[in-house]
Ligand binder design. Sequence first.
Ligand SMILES: *Cc1c(COP(=O)(O)O)cnc(C)c1O
Length: 456
Amino acid sequence: MQPPFEPTLLFAQQKDREDELHSFRSRFFIPALPSPASDRPDSPTPDLAVSPFPTSRDSIYFCGNSLGLQPRQAADFIRQELEDWQQLAIGGYLHAKNPWLTYAQPLRQPLARMLGCLESEVTVMNALTVNLHLLLLSFYRPQSSSSLSPSAHLQSPRYKILMEAGAFPSDQYAVETQTRWHGYDPNDAIIEIAPREGEKTLREEDILQAIDQHKDQLALVLFGGINYYTGQLFDMAAITAAAHRAGALAGFDLAHVTGNVPLQLHDWNVDFAVWCSYKYLNGGPGAVGGAYLHERHAHNKHMIRLGGWWGNEESTRFRMEKGFLPKPNAEGWAMSTAQVFNMVCLKASLTLFEEAGIDRLRAKSIQLTTYLQSLLETLDNKKISFNIITPPEPHRRGAQLSLYFEEQGKEIHRQMTAAGIIVDYREPGVIRVAPAPLYNSFEEVFRFYHILRQFQ
Ligand SMILES: *Cc1c(COP(=O)(O)O)cnc(C)c1O
């Protein structure tokens, strides 16, 4: 936020008037406030009637990092597929308004724009953890060679995976079980780098130094693009370059990045990435996941993988013959029939991203989160004591701020919930607050601060 920012409702409302993306808010369903405190006498809800926002019936939804809101047009998109199924049945594969055979196709271009890669490097399929496993089968091959060259075979000492300590549990389990699958002891095969004593986030130089230190044994560097707990955004270009210098590959889990921060995966030479579509992408609970492979892998038909008919060339898929012929792009990693109903809400949401533009969204996001940070830093309420552990520099974070409570975190979270603020609590001690630029406003950021000021 360019100073001076002001801790006033008028200032926030002025920012909303100047915001060219403000109208996108009306294209989402915003959850309503909980029913008034008078219905629940034990609730400590601040009296909303005397707040400066007597007319707002919307809760403050800062949880788009966990589950994005529903685009209003999603229902129409679903209805279209139900109708085509009703009327065309099997004919829908070719003759639906959006033919199911190629249903994933139009989703790839908008994703490629956000991720900074070629359309041929992106696919949507399965779900995040499944995709992580599938790509690890191609990219973590300790028995052969991480260079993926057939000649550098056997006795390769490269079998270690370097990752952030405290990665999202599903990623930890995936990597642990992959190393076991290959016959290694995870305690030996996984190198975790943790923040320094007394610090909460990783220093970039420590990551690069650790990669270099393990260069003789490293097969893969696998990081979350943004750490789900601290909100720290990593320098994926630098990490990838360091991994490659060390003779290893670099992959990222972009669950908290896609739809939040624009990337340049192709130019950064990132080998592979996976993500889910129900967080910032608003694809709905359990929505289809996504995967990226750099073209040097995606276009390589000889790259080892597990195949299924949907990854096979369409021209021969329906001949039902022997011999897997993968598509020469990221779709060559797909296995099963397009999961239309898992993609349909993502399709609805991506049209909004296309209209808004990821760069404009990021610019607004930086302003929203900086405003939030500025307000929280001026918060003068002795009842609430926390530190913001997310890096203060906008280029080292996305939309989310993580508020660390030495004590009382759960209780404060309970009070926030009762006051109509929807955020989540993550052990140990963190309340994550993530204003999403597609539907959150400066006024909501101010309301959040205003409510916190009244806590007792
Ligand atoms: C949300 C999230 C997941 C969830 O994985 P699913 O397979 O979609 O359940 C995994 N990893 C990270 C880093 C996440 O943030």
